[in-house]
Design a binder for this molecule. Structure first.
Ligand code: COA
Length: 167
């Protein structure tokens, strides 16, 4: 059976309907899950945003991975939930992505809400610290994150650290 296009850059018409979410520990990712999430991260951070860092940074092994797939199995949304102590003392989320075709449809908000719900269940009573692209500060503030400290440059993009206290 032909596999879905790993990175849905071209518009699948109509726009993706309901998204099917999977929350998987690194060791439980299928080969196609790993391929698709690395392809999407690479398409967005390396190609679209031209970030000069090694995306598979070794932290993935200490993460949960949230994959949102469309009706044809295409990966439409992704983030990773980082264990406390792996990146920060607190838990974290990162590599927050919606496929370019799905931007502005509300999927990003759905993705972060789903990710935080899963993190709160996986790590009850644990705070989250993130390094957010600065222009998204209001987006993350809507989920209870507050800026800590000032802006800094990371991968040539202004970033800000944000903290969400333990629920
Ligand atoms: C950030 C991202 C996940 C948002 O996904 P999305 O599907 O566009 O999000 P939604 O349609 O749910 O929009 C939610 C909110 O995101 C914010 N937002 C999205 N893109 C934005 C941008 N370029 N600048 C400022 N705010 C933006 C807005 O607050 C928007 O709310 P509004 O529609 O009420 O204005 C998506 O743009 C993306 O994948 N970007 C590339 C990867 C990236 O930069 N990730 C973030 C790393 S910190």
């Amino acid at each position: 059976m032909p596999q879905a296009d790993p990175v849905p850059l071209a518009l699948p018409v109509p726009l993706p309907g309901p998204v099917d979410w999977a929350w998987l520990r690194y060791a439980s990712l299928a080969l196609d899950d790993l391929y698709d999430l690395l392809a999407l991260r690479s398409a967005v951070f390396s190609v679209e945003q031209n970030c000069a860092y090694l995306d598979p940074d070794g932290v993935d092994r200490q993460c949960w991975h949230l994959l949102g797939r469309g009706a044809q199995g295409q990966l439409m949304a992704y983030l990773r939930g980082v264990d406390p102590g792996a990146k920060y003392a607190e838990a974290s989320i990162g590599r927050v992505i919606t496929a370019p075709v799905a931007r502005g449809t509300g999927l990003g908000r759905q993705l972060v809400a789903e990710g935080l719900r899963r993190m709160d269940t996986t790590w009850p009573g644990v705070a989250l610290r993130i390094s957010a692209q600065a222009h998204l500060d209001r987006f993350y503030a809507g989920f209870g994150f507050a800026a800590v400290g000032g802006q800094y440059m990371e991968d040539n993009i202004p970033h800000i650290e944000m903290l969400r206290p333990a629920p």
